[in-house]
Write a protein that binds this ligand. Structure first.
Ligand code: HEM
Length: 542
């Protein structure tokens, strides 16, 4: 092949290998030669070298903004298959019969880290699934925690900022992190998951994910039931402990992507079972837990899981940029039979996704092949930059006496959910009941070993926050369990002392270390620095 390219025609092309061209399609004689005066290394380049101009002009525009959250991720594809009959709850066509398959693509992500960040760090994991059903695209955007950190939409920017980098230094900042959570303790149940080993899964193929929100299964007669979705890996749940996760983050920051990519390349399909937790609306109304509060789970003893499907992934992407970076998921991509609820976070998300994607990918992001539905027709949605699908002369108004799409009466779904109340500003307050599920998680869900790891995970992270903030955090955990708080306080303060000793030891050795504030800010489980410090601690102990 190489010799063919060398010996080919004027531009290196042969019959089999088409020539390189400029962007207007004209053959390029020497693709990587620059036109220059003097025909030598020091020769002056010319602006008329269109091939060179195009190459440079395009590469400087290659990057698009990364996602605000979930920037680090990758896609794969496969299918969803119905394994259980739930047609009495929903009319969704893709669920109409057992054995029915729907093409699906998935994007797996971490949440807080940037595009190139290490994947095994402590974080929530994102699972986004795009199901190409005959009634349109249905997106599921789930997380590896069964609960979320907020229930007031306006808190999202604060929550996101506090878990990312310090606005001054650009460094991770644990004081900022804990200070935020100390003042927003409805997140306590979420924190219990974040600091358990479940936040460092061995692979996406070893992690569960959850819809968190309550959705509705609907029928055309207007009846509906509430539903929460749970997804469980066929391989079972497996987690790294903090030490393993940190070591791998240093050795192979791409570990989770590589693991799925290599499995699929070898022909090993990965699968997850999908369950519906069906909740009768009447029972939900009488429950002490608010069905629209995403910081709470609904008891599985009372509302058991019904298995109804499986997700199988068996194919890697052909191109990372086209299929992963350009993919756009949104909880507003719904199909008949699957509907939203008044959960305030779900409602906030209705705005966030398509808005983010118009910024990230452009107005017509839906026309990118990875996002485009197999069938769609809405002549009122027209024009905009980079529009490839403008429906020609079809009238751009509705209704029209000329050819235009009509209504779809078969999908009429009288909405019988009642939303009422007076308009006013309302912010949720943190109540004693907000700690109850966190207490159950600590006392009844975690095994003794997992409890030990939990304490050490919090201590490692909290010990680099300022002391005043640490004290408030101990009090927050005291509301979960006195014994837990005492253990966290002791382990954290021991870590602080060890770090002081480490600094002293370094000084004695005459090695220059950063001042204490800068050092504190540089230690974060999301950053390679964290591994460094962890290693140093280990060395100290020896
Ligand atoms: C008010 C709350 C939330 C807001 C404002 C929000 C906003 C966003 C934004 C802006 C993105 C990036 C979208 C893009 O650029 O394509 C995103 C991604 C994502 N969000 Fe949320 N989010 C919220 C809560 C949640 C919750 C509760 C879940 C899960 C139950 C979730 C799951 C995801 C997932 C899985 C992705 C990654 C999608 C992908 O891989 O492209 N988010 N979110």
């Amino acid at each position: 092949m190489a010799s063919k390219m060398m010996n080919g025609t004027i531009n290196g092309s042969t019959d089999e290998a088409p020539p390189f061209t400029t962007m207007n399609g004209a053959p390029v004689r020497q693709p990587v030669a620059d036109q220059r005066i003097g025909i030598q290394l020091a020769g002056t380049l010319l602006l008329q070298d269109i091939n060179l101009l195009e190459l440079i002009q395009h590469v400087t525009h290659e990057r698009i903004p990364e996602r605000l959250v979930h920037a680090r991720g990758f896609n794969a594809s496969g299918y969803f298959e119905v394994t259980g009959d739930i047609t009495k709850y929903t009319s969704a066509a893709f669920l109409s019969e057992v054995g029915k398959k729907t093409p699906l693509s998935a994007r797996f992500s971490t949440v807080a880290g940037e595009r190139g960040s290490a994947e095994t760090v402590r974080d929530t994991r994102g699972f986004a699934f795009k199901l190409r059903t005959e009634e349109g695209i249905l997106d599921w955007l789930f997380l590896s925690t069964p609960v979320f950190a907020i229930r007031d939409g306006a808190k999202f920017p604060s929550f996101t900022h506090a878990t990312k980098r310090n606005p001054q230094s650009g460094l991770p900042d644990h004081t900022m992190f804990w200070d935020y959570f100390n003042s927003n303790q409805e997140a306590i149940h979420f924190l219990m998951f974040l600091f358990s080993d479940r936040a460092t899964p061995k692979g996406f193929q070893n992690a569960e994910c959850f819809s968190i929100h309550t959705y509705r299964f609907t029928k055309p007669d207007g009846t509906y039931t509430y539903v929460k979705i749970h997804v469980k890996p066929s391989l079972g749940v497996e987690n790294f402990n903090a030490e393993e996760a940190q070591a791998i983050a240093g050795q192979d920051p791409d570990y989770l992507t590589r693991s799925v990519f290599e499995d699929l390349n070898k022909g090993v399909a990965l699968s997850w079972k999908v369950y519906a937790q069906i909740i009768d609306p009447e029972k939900a109304r009488n429950s002490s837990i608010n069905i629209f509060d995403p910081t709470k789970t609904f008891p599985q003893g009372e509302f058991p899981l019904t298995e109804f499907g499986k997700i199988v992934l068996d194919k890697n992407v052909d191109n990372f940029f086209a299929e992963s970076e350009q993919s756009a998921f949104s909880p507003t991509n719904l199909v008949p039979g699957w509907a939203l609820t008044p959960d305030p976070i779900l409602q906030t998300r209705c705005l966030a996704y398509a808005d983010a994607q118009r910024h990230r990918l452009g107005t017509n992001f839906i026309q990118l092949p990875v996002n485009k539905p197999d069938k769609s027709l809405n002549p009122m949605v027209r024009d905009g930059a980079a529009n490839f699908d403008n429906l020609g002369s079809t009238p751009n108004y509705y209704p029209s006496t000329v050819i235009a799409p009509g209504p779809a009466p078969q999908y009429a779904q009288p909405d019988t959910e009642i939303w009422n109340g007076s308009v006013g500003a309302w912010q949720s307050m943190v109540m004693d009941a907000d700690y109850a599920q966190a207490t159950i998680f600590w006392q009844q869900t975690l095994t003794p070993d997992e409890q030990t790891n939990f304490v050490s995970n919090v201590a490692g992270h909290l010990s680099v926050a300022e002391e005043t903030v640490r004290r408030v955090t101990y009090d927050m955990f005291r509301k979960v369990d006195e014994d837990l708080a005492n253990k966290i306080e002791k382990a954290t303060e021991d870590e602080v002392k060890q770090a002081e000793m480490f600094k002293l030891a370094k000084k004695v050795q005459g090695i220059k270390i950063a001042d204490s504030k800068a050092k504190k800010q540089s230690v974060h489980s999301d950053s390679p620095n964290f591994n460094l410090i962890a290693d140093k601690k280990v060395n100290l102990k020896h």
